[in-house]
Design a binder for this molecule. Structure first.
Ligand code: SF4
Length: 351
């Protein structure tokens, strides 16, 4: 049990092969043969912790869907692209995406505790980065330092909490030392897939680099466990606000009740629902992409029924400087055109 709570043990014992996956499923490895070409293109990684949350025998389990390889990852019927947001084109230096004038995003590693099958950077899982990590991070700091319009740096990946802690400490400190950098942000799914990574020592280190914001990705209420809630609580206690960026995923959270339960759960653990992303047209994720209209209908119902504190912004991320386009329900627009404000007065009010 001591090992179970040790994030390094969890990381070392990730399921990385079909043989180990077959053991977990309690079925012959031959039955997973269709998945072999999948993991050649898109590797497999699941922490024992995340595996313990799902029902391996249930193909429809929403957590299983997020982490088990699926032969549909290799059928590109909808013509997905490896890099639909054109991130590679907007890299100022290797790994540093600079799409907006006032902020940039540093990809410090391509590795993750769990490889989410819907990931929009799954192209990076197999990439070997040239040169040493320290040199790459230094080149990012240098770009930030010579670009006065940058006031915020998002440190992401992959999962930035998987690089050595001392290196992350140095990187955050070097960015913070740049006079025009006002705010840092961490993007990590560790609270969901490897919550024991959020150690008191890590939180103490992150605390030194405030103002620092933390964004994570819960996609289903069953991912909110005593462990993940405690991980978020440790960050919050260190004065680090935690927000959530879900992805709308077919068969995982693309119905009103499931989304509502997730949002209520986030509110209970003081994690602010920030964005709900329309799933990007990434190659290998076609089977996860729900219709935009499905998302709009869910948002419409949420707007009418749940507290504004629980409401994320539903957005579509677009390439280049078009950025994030808000997707808003339109049901009240005809009434506005008629100039009939009484219908607004009768509508349930957001509190
Ligand atoms: S943790 Fe994030 S970067 Fe890593 S596989 Fe999942 S979605 Fe992709």
């Amino acid at each position: 049990m001591t090992d179970w709570c040790d994030w390094k043990w969890q990381f070392r014992n990730r399921i990385r092969s079909l043989e180990k996956l077959a053991l977990a499923l309690e079925r012959p490895v031959a039955s997973l043969a269709p998945c072999r070409p999948v993991i050649r293109s898109y590797p497999l990684a699941i922490t024992p912790y995340y595996l313990s949350l799902l029902d391996p025998a249930d193909e429809k389990d929403p957590l299983r869907r997020q982490c088990f390889p699926d032969p549909r990852e290799l059928s590109f019927s909808l013509g997905g692209m490896t890099d639909p947001l054109g991130e590679e084109r907007t890299m100022a230096v290797p790994g540093l995406i600079h799409r907006y004038p006032d902020r940039c995003l540093a990809i410090v590693t391509g590795d993750c505790a769990v490889y989410c099958r819907h990931c929009n950077r799954k192209r990076m899982w197999r990439e070997k980065k040239p040169g040493g990590v320290r040199e790459r991070l230094q080149a990012m700091v240098d770009h930030v330092a010579r670009t006065p319009s940058i006031r915020e740096v998002i440190v992401s990946g992959g999962d930035p909490l998987l690089i050595p802690e001392r290196m992350l400490d140095w990187f955050l400190g070097a960015l913070q030392a740049v006079p025009h950098v006002e705010v840092l942000r961490i993007g990590s799914r560790a609270p969901v897939t490897l919550p024991m990574r959020i150690t008191p020592e890590l939180c103490a280190m992150l605390k030194r680099h405030r103002p620092l914001w933390f964004n994570t990705q819960f996609n289903h209420v069953r991912e909110i466990t005593p462990e993940s809630a405690a991980a978020c609580e440790r960050l919050l206690t260190a004065g680090i606000p935690v927000s959530n960026q879900s992805v709308l995923l077919k068969g995982v959270n693309d119905d009103y009740e499931t989304m509502r339960d997730l949002l209520y759960g986030l509110e209970r653990i003081s994690v602010r629902p920030y964005y709900l992303f329309q799933c990007d047209p990434v190659r290998g994720t076609d089977h996860f992409r729900a219709e935009i209209w499905t998302g709009m209908e869910i948002m419409e119902k949420l707007w009418r029924t749940i507290s504004g504190l629980c409401l994320p912004r539903y957005v579509l991320d677009c390439p280049g400087d078009r950025g994030k386009i808000p997707l808003q329900p339109f049901s009240l627009l005809p009434e506005r055109r008629d100039g009939n404000i009484h219908s607004f007065e009768k509508s349930p009010q957001m509190d």
